[in-house]
Design a protein around this ligand. Structure first.
Ligand SMILES: NC(=O)c1ccc[n+]([C@@H]2O[C@H](COP(=O)([O-])OP(=O)(O)OC[C@H]3O[C@@H](n4cnc5c(N)ncnc54)[C@H](OP(=O)(O)O)[C@@H]3O)[C@@H](O)[C@H]2O)c1
Length: 247
């Protein structure tokens, strides 16, 4: 179901966690996945593992917060592979602290990666996608972008910003056959959440109606659907995949 044969997909933040789950799913569905993160060795190993299973994968090290690096990355992928059908803006970071203690650097680093990074890659894919009159852009936001969270003013602003960015981009690109949607994951088991104290985890699970922490497959399945032809009439939307947390 939701096959993606002959599609080329770029996934940022593919070296671990949710991004790794996304590339595994898209590759299993038949897409050629380009795995991107800052760490060369880590994305190389993710792409090599996929290739060893017979899937189509390549990789590139890139800091997506760097406007020129993101543009060069997209240009080289189009040159090598001929087109880009799917972009998943998944790379993201946290620098949590209360607003009173937050440094300008904490603010800028998070906004530059989580929000400006998505602008950089999306702007770069727009022209090739418009030319082919087809494209799927999927932004990974967070439930925190919907609800806010103490200690995460920078992160919440970046994730809420992604939702507005999604809607505005969707309106601009709809007439060219390009859809732009957003996923707001809840509490997902990855390195990002691994450091939380057991009592905090317990308290979070108590707020989840489905009573479990999510996994990267839960998010990857939604990405696969939104990337597929089956989702061709959906654009500008944000889907919470959160075990019912924000219902
Ligand atoms: N885990 C959760 O509970 C949760 C909940 C809601 C939303 N999310 C969102 O889901 C996404 C993935 O989260 P995760 O939990 O999988 O995080 P993670 O395990 O920390 O992985 C983050 C990924 O982003 C990459 N990355 C970070 N900065 C980058 C940059 N400047 N350029 C390119 N790649 C960069 C990292 O690789 P390098 O370090 O090698 O660059 C890594 O591959 C994030 O956007 C996060 O905000 C997560």
């Amino acid at each position: 179901m939701f096959r993606l044969d002959n599609y080329i997909a770029i996934v940022t933040g593919a070296s671990r966690g949710i991004g790794q789950g996304i590339v595994e799913n898209l590759a299993e569905a038949g897409a050629h996945v380009v795995c991107v993160s800052r760490s060369f060795e880590a994305v190389k190993s993710v792409a090599s593992e996929l290739k060893s299973k017979g899937f189509k994968a390549s990789f590139a090290a890139c800091d997506i917060a760097d406007f020129k690096a993101a543009a060069d990355l997209v240009q080289s992928i189009v040159k090598d592979l001929g087109k880009i059908d799917i972009l998943v803006n998944n790379a993201g970071i946290t620098r949590d602290t209360l607003l009173m203690r937050m440094s300008e650097e904490d603010w800028d680093t998070v906004i530059n990666t989580n929000l400006k990074g998505a602008f950089n890659t999306t702007k770069a894919v727009t022209r090739p996608m418009m030319r082919q009159r087809h494209g799927r852009i999927i932004n990974i936001s967070s439930v925190v972008g919907l609800t806010g969270n103490a200690g995460q003013t920078n992160y919440a602003a970046s994730k809420a910003g992604l939702i507005g960015f999604t809607k505005a981009t969707a309106r601009e690109l709809a007439s060219r056959g390009i859809t732009v949607n957003c996923i707001a994951p809840g509490f997902i088991e990855t390195d990002m959440t691994a450091g939380l104290k057991p009592e905090i985890k317990e308290a979070m699970i108590a707020q989840i109606p489905l009573r479990r922490i999510g996994n990267s497959k839960d998010i990857a399945t939604m990405v696969q659907f939104l990337a597929s032809d089956a989702a061709g009439y959906i654009t500008g939307q944000t889907y919470a995949v959160d075990g019912g947390m924000t219902m």
